[in-house]
Design a protein around this ligand. Structure first.
Ligand SMILES: NC(=O)C1=CN([C@@H]2O[C@H](COP(=O)(O)OP(=O)(O)OC[C@H]3O[C@@H](n4cnc5c(N)ncnc54)[C@H](O)[C@@H]3O)[C@@H](O)[C@H]2O)C=CC1
Ligand SMILES: O=P(O)(O)OC[C@H]1O[C@](O)(CO)[C@@H](O)[C@@H]1O
Length: 386
């Protein structure tokens, strides 16, 4: 069995590649990092280390890599693949769509065999969005065939894999916890048996529970921690104010999720506690600027901060902790991050209100604006105190 996986980065090697290899797939990674591609092709294996006592390791063998620029080679691999997965980042999905479309076209010209393409990105509706981009590159007749033979099931993936700094360029250190949930109602053909993958008929509760808990909490810690001059997530978790704010935000999203999906508050509370524990793992040493990366994406209307805040308000709740994190995300001034630089330039040129509206989609005069403004004042007191 062959799996073609786009993105041989942290989650690609440290999570998706590892699970697929255990399930018996040969893996062809597709990446645009030429050095990484060469190293994978030379060694045909890599190590995954667990960030826990003793740092146990496993070896992922039977891997190769294709340079993403070589569209013909990528298309050839997709033509014979049994599964396609991605972990490249939501903003990159449009850039890999052409190669996937070329692969689908080639495949359908040779044989009609079902294929599922699973985007493993931190976003709602990732595979559906990828499908839209791929279809832009398909002729009408191939689109009609693809509708029958190619599935784009949405997925939720959860495993913290920080930036890697090892002498061994392929080694990847990961936390022990992982969760990979796939929407089986959007799949074609036989459902593949992959240990560690949970198939569900309706992904919405799972992806929202994950995005609005793990990723919301992480974002709160990262943006507040940055304001307080901290470097890593576990360092920030040693500050009581940050822990309180994170708990507060997760109470807000928890109340929303319970109201929307009927989650048992006690069971959800245990889920939250487990996640708070994951953030404190000192062996992960997860950089705040990694977790805070791409603040425009993270501030967008349906993402982890503004998404739940707007929905909380529709239900009559007051999302002040989410408001504090939104204010901190706007204040995230890290020039090496292109999106942070764009926000800071916008704040200077267009002012706070316009930048808030443009980045978040919060309409002018919406009551959430007032909450964020109030929290921005509170944030100034916080920042002044460190
Ligand atoms: N790191 C983590 O803990 C988790 C990450 N995710 C999601 O997984 C995705 C990837 O994140 P990471 O692995 O952390 O990022 P990463 O930066 O470590 O890996 C992304 C990889 O994609 C490659 N890439 C970029 N453009 C490409 C293109 N056009 N074609 C092929 N490859 C390309 C990069 O060279 C890089 O190797 C993101 O959507 C992230 O939200 C989800 C859960 C956990
Ligand atoms: O990968 P993103 O969406 O930029 O956000 C970082 C988040 O993703 C993760 O890497 C994995 O879920 C978390 O560590 C963090 O919440």
């Amino acid at each position: 069995m062959l799996a073609v996986h786009f993105g041989a980065g942290n989650i690609g090697r440290g999570f998706i590649g590892q699970l697929l290899q255990k399930a018996g797939y040969e893996i062809a990674f597709v990446d645009v990092n030429a050095a990484l591609v060469d190293e994978l092709n030379e060694r045909k294996m890599y190590r995954v280390q667990l960030a826990t006592t003793g740092k146990p390791e496993s070896v992922v063998e039977g891997v190769r890599a294709i340079n993403g620029q070589d569209v013909a080679a990528v298309a050839e691999a997709i033509a014979t693949a049994d599964l396609v997965t991605t972990a490249v980042g939501p903003n990159i999905l449009p850039h890999i769509a052409g190669a996937i479309a070329a692969g689908i076209t080639r495949r359908l010209s040779v044989h009609a065999k079902p294929l599922n393409v699973i985007a493993c990105e931190n976003m709602i509706g990732g595979s559906e969005m990828l499908k839209e981009h791929v279809y832009e590159h398909l002729t009408e007749s191939v689109q009609a065939e693809a509708a029958q033979w190619i599935g784009f099931p949405n997925a939720a993936v959860d495993r913290i894999v920080p930036l890697q700094q090892h002498d061994d360029k392929l080694l990847v250190m990961v936390e022990t916890f992982f969760e990979w949930v796939v929407d089986s109602s959007q799949m074609v053909g036989e459902i593949p048996s992959i240990e560690g993958v949970t198939y569900v008929e309706d992904l919405a509760p799972y992806i929202e529970r994950k995005l609005f808990t793990v990723n919301t909490g992480h974002a709160v810690i990262a943006y507040l921690g940055y304001q307080l001059g901290m470097k890593t997530i576990d360092e920030a978790m040693r500050d009581d104010r940050i822990v309180q704010a994170t708990r507060g935000a997760l109470q807000e999203t928890g109340a929303l999720l319970s109201a929307k999906y009927g989650f048992d508050p006690q069971v959800h509370g245990q889920y939250v506690e487990k996640i708070l524990g994951r953030y404190t793992n000192p062996l992960l040493s997860d950089d705040i600027v990694r977790v805070a990366r791409s603040p425009i994406r993270k501030l967008s209307q349906h993402d982890r901060l503004v998404g739940p805040a707007l929905q909380c308000m529709e239900k009559g709740m007051n999302p002040e902790h989410l408001g504090l994190a939104i204010a901190a995300a706007l204040a995230f001034d890290y020039p090496e991050d292109a999106e942070s630089a764009r926000i800071q330039a916008s704040l200077k040129e267009f002012g706070w209100e316009n930048t808030l509206h443009n980045c978040t989609g919060i309409p002018a005069g919406h009551p959430l604006e007032e909450i964020v403004r109030e929290q921005a004042r509170r944030l100034k007191e916080w920042s002044g105190s460190h």
